[in-house]
Design a binder for this molecule. Structure first.
Ligand SMILES: N[C@@H](CCC(=O)N[C@@H](CS)C(=O)NCC(=O)O)C(=O)O
Length: 209
């Protein structure tokens, strides 16, 4: 199996971290793909052209982070799975909350990558408020004992904060959020985190996500 990623993509980082956490490195080749590039190695497999994309042995290309995690989970014996099931709605809510913030940050970051005269101040303002609102909720969640289990929600949270830390500096996410900062800083020692740190930058180049 082949997992296509881009080094700067927080979504693809979740899948890359999952491969390491689940001990699947000998079964899945992790390969870099360019994005928004008509010559990308990814496009013959996946017309969507987004990462993460997991290409199975029979050529099936699974796109979108959550379906990719579902397949990865299926490759290991329970109880090692990362995605919470419907029987764990709080864990599902925690994962969804982080994905929602990631989507908003991605929109905000995309605006900032446009030439200044093409940016939408309204979109930026909305996403700035959304990000702060969710980050405040996450701070309360973490301070209250949430995001302790290393499941999909934890992986997504670390990938999200790592993206803000290195590729979306417009958002001062640490300010007033000591519990989130402590979780993120502690997580850096974990091999799945240490080995997938995104490059610094704004994102948006064909290769980087
Ligand atoms: N909803 C998708 C989002 C994935 C995504 O947006 N990936 C970005 C990189 S961060 C991408 O591949 N962008 C390329 C493009 O939009 O063409 C998921 O959950 O995987």
């Amino acid at each position: 199996m082949r997992l296509f990623h881009a080094p700067g993509s927080p979504y693809a980082r979740i899948a890359r971290m999952a491969v390491i956490e689940l001990g699947l490195e000998d079964r899945i080749a992790v390969e870099e793909a360019t994005l928004r590039d008509p010559g990308s190695v990814l496009l013959p497999f996946n017309p969507v052209g987004r990462v993460p994309t997991l290409v199975l042995a029979d050529g099936t290309a699974v796109t979108e982070t959550t379906p990719v995690l579902m397949v990865l989970d299926s490759l290991v014996e329970p109880p090692r799975r990362l995605l919470p099931g419907a029987e764990a709605p709080r864990a599902l809510a925690a994962y969804g909350r982080v994905l929602g913030m990631m989507d908003g940050i991605a929109v905000w970051n995309r605006e900032l990558r446009r030439p200044e005269h093409e940016r939408s101040p309204g979109v930026i303002a909305l996403e700035r408020v959304r990000a702060a609102r969710i980050a405040d909720a996450l701070e309360r969640d973490v301070a209250g004992g949430g995001y302790v289990v290393r499941d999909a929600g934890w992986l997504a949270l670390v990938a999200l904060l790592g993206y803000c830390e290195r590729r979306h500096r417009a958002f001062a996410w640490r300010e007033g959020r000591p519990a989130l900062a402590a979780l993120f800083d502690t997580a850096q020692a974990r091999p799945c985190v240490a080995r997938t740190v995104p490059p610094e930058g704004m994102g948006g180049t064909a290769a980087s996500g």
